[in-house]
Structures are given as structure tokens and as C-alpha cells.
Design a protein around this ligand. Structure first.
Ligand code: CP
Length: 325
């Protein structure tokens, strides 16, 4: 359980304390991940099914890695080559895989609400690995973990100091790009203010959803103004797969106005501002390669922290036995 929750469908459902429960456990999980022998018996005998109806590199691999480090068995299922191609429904697919007695089903689907529908149809725990433009809760948690690590380093603590989750207070995080179609942005907006951070969103007006201020976000259309004094900037990919009619004139124009390159980073960002991106990056569109791979980038930290955070999620939901981590 994560607090009161048997499932992880979205960070909207989680309180500040429940978010901190996962993040604090992920600190111990990261220590396991960094051992030369990265294997603990905590979830021996448990099984995790990764049910991916959409493409993924980071999320699927890290849930699989997380399960294996904790000694759970991991089954990776993808819709291509499955009986979905013969017309089997989402719920039938989930119920048939659940009949094989997994403890956790991790599901990614193009339809917002798919993980909740599955959670209502099965007895095991369900984790959303991203549903449509709704939420990507494990990404929101790994982003928060990575930000806390960065804020801790920026505060002068040594490189090995554990992340201080009290450092969000007074910090400003800017989310830039296709906010309308981004489940990463939505999970960030449901998480970061609960931890004490201010969130600004920035992008073309066609990519900023109406009413986003109700989630506590400050809206900007100028990148230069949005990043002024910011502690972190999260760049988003344009979600072409979720966009019907074009929302921008062309990617060159988008990159000129809302992309980040080395010159803009040097002129506009404070020295301690870090840059995040959930991946995959469209290099040369939202981020130039020198920024994506430069000293401000914590993008690969995000990927590594994704394993630790997903270990914590699986541990809590699969009901690990003795805390042998
Ligand atoms: N960040 C993220 O969800 O990446 P993948 O699509 O590769 O899983």
C-alpha cells in the first residue's frame, strides 16, 4: 500500500505524506541500485506484469529492472503480437493476465482512464505507467526525487548527501512545451506544489490548456520571462501522437520561440538552474544537443532515479516482507 492506496493511478490521489513515503523509500532503493551486487530478496515469489499498449524505453525497462533487483519475476507484455490484434478488449486482456496471479499490473495505454478501468476489474495492484494525456505518476515521482537531489547539491551538501525533500519550499520549477498533451506535466502539477514548489508553465497558447491556473500553475507564453529566476526547467516533447490538427506553424518556429539552446541557457538561466526532460528528446526541437548533454542537464539522473522510485512503488504495492534493503 502507498498510504491508503492499493493502486497508483495518479498523483492527484496522493497526499504530501504519501508522496514523501515513496520518495524516502526510494533513497534506500537507490543505495541498493548502486551496490556492485544489486539484488535483494525482498519481493522473492512476487510477480509483476508490464502491460504496455504504447511504446516505451525508459518506463518499461525500469519497471522490469526494479522488479528484478527486488527478486520479483517480471513479465513484459506488449500489444503488438498479442491477442489484442484479434480484437481482445483491454479488460479481458488484463483479467486473463491477472488469472496468472501477478501481484502488480503496470499498464501504459493511449486512453486516459485505462489504468483506473483495469484497477476496477482486477484484484491485484495496478500502477499507471502513463495513460493518454492524463497522468504519468512514476515519472512525476522520479522528477521530484531528481529535483530534490539537485536542490540538495545546490545547497552545498556533498555529492553523496541524501536528497533533502524539505528543500522544495520557495523553489520555482518551469514546465515548457506541449503542456496540453503531457501526462508528465499533469503529474508534476499534482506533485510539486504539494512538496512546496511553485510551478510555471510555458508554451504556445495552443499547447497550454484552459484553466491550468486552477492546478496552481502560473502561465507564461514567453520563455525568457518564464525561466527568470527559476531553479529548474523541465522541457517537454511535442506529443505528435496525441495531436490531431497541427497546433504550431512548424517545428523550426517552435524551436526558435520555445526551444532551449546553449545561448539562451547562458543568457537567461541562473547558474544553479538545472534542466530536466522525461525523454525521448527531439534533439534540435525542444533542446539543443549541447544543452541536453551539458552540465545543467540532470536527464540521465532522472533515468537512474526512475529505477529507484519504481523499486519503492513495487515494494510498497506488492507488500514486500522483511525490509531487507
Ligand atoms: N519518460 C518516459 O515515459 O519515457 P518512455 O516513453 O521511454 O517510457
Amino acid at each position: 500500500m502507498i498510504g491508503r492506496h492499493r493502486h497508483l493511478i495518479g498523483l492527484e490521489d496522493l497526499s504530501r505524506e504519501e508522496i514523501l513515503e515513496v520518495l524516502k523509500l526510494a533513497v534506500s532503493m537507490k543505495e541498493v541500485l548502486r551496490r556492485p551486487l544489486k539484488k535483494v530478496p525482498t519481493l522473492r515469489g512476487k510477480a509483476v506484469v508490464n502491460l504496455f499498449f504504447e511504446a516505451s524505453t525508459r518506463t518499461r525497462s525500469s519497471f522490469e529492472t526494479a522488479a528484478k533487483i527486488l527478486s520479483a519475476d517480471a513479465l513484459n507484455w506488449t500489444s503488438a503480437g498479442s491477442s489484442v490484434t484479434k480484437g481482445e478488449t483491454l479488460v479481458d486482456t488484463a483479467r486473463n493476465l491477472e488469472a496468472m496471479r501477478p501481484d502488480v499490473l503496470v499498464i501504459r495505454h493511449a486512453a486516459s482512464g485505462a489504468p483506473r478501468l483495469v484497477a476496477e476489474s482486477v484484484a491485484c495492484s495496478v500502477v499507471s505507467a502513463g495513460d493518454g494525456a492524463h497522468e504519468h505518476p512514476s515519472q512525476g515521482l522520479l522528477d521530484a526525487f531528481t529535483l530534490a537531489e539537485h536542490f540538495t547539491r545546490a545547497s552545498g551538501a556533498g555529492p553523496e548527501a541524501p536528497p533533502d525533500f524539505g528543500l522544495f519550499a520557495g523553489k520555482t520549477v518551469v514546465i515548457v512545451g506541449d503542456v496540453s498533451h503531457s501526462r508528465v506535466a499533469r503529474s508534476g502539477l499534482h506533485c510539486l506544489p504539494k512538496l512546496g514548489a511553485r510551478v510555471r508553465v510555458c508554451g504556445p497558447p495552443t499547447m497550454i490548456p484552459a484553466g491550468i491556473e486552477k492546478l496552481g500553475a502560473e502561465v507564461h507564453y514567453s520563455l525568457q520571462k518564464a525561466v527568470e529566476g527559476a531553479d529548474a526547467v523541465m522541457m517537454l516533447r511535442i506529443q505528435h501522437e496525441r495531436i490531431g490538427d497541427p497546433l504550431i506553424p512548424n517545428t523550426r518556429e517552435y524551436s526558435r520561440l520555445w526551444g532551449l539552446n546553449a545561448r539562451k541557457a547562458a543568457d537567461w538561466l541562473t547558474p544553479q538552474c538545472c534542466i530536466l526532460h522525461p525523454g525521448p528528446i527531439n534533439r534540435g526541437v525542444e533542446l539543443s544537443p549541447d544543452v541536453a548533454d551539458g552540465p545543467r542537464s540532470v536527464i540521465l539522473d532522472q533515468v537512474q532515479n526512475g529505477v529507484a522510485v519504481r523499486m519503492a512503488i513495487l515494494y510498497l504495492l506488492a507488500g514486500g516482507g522483511a525490509a531487507d534493503v
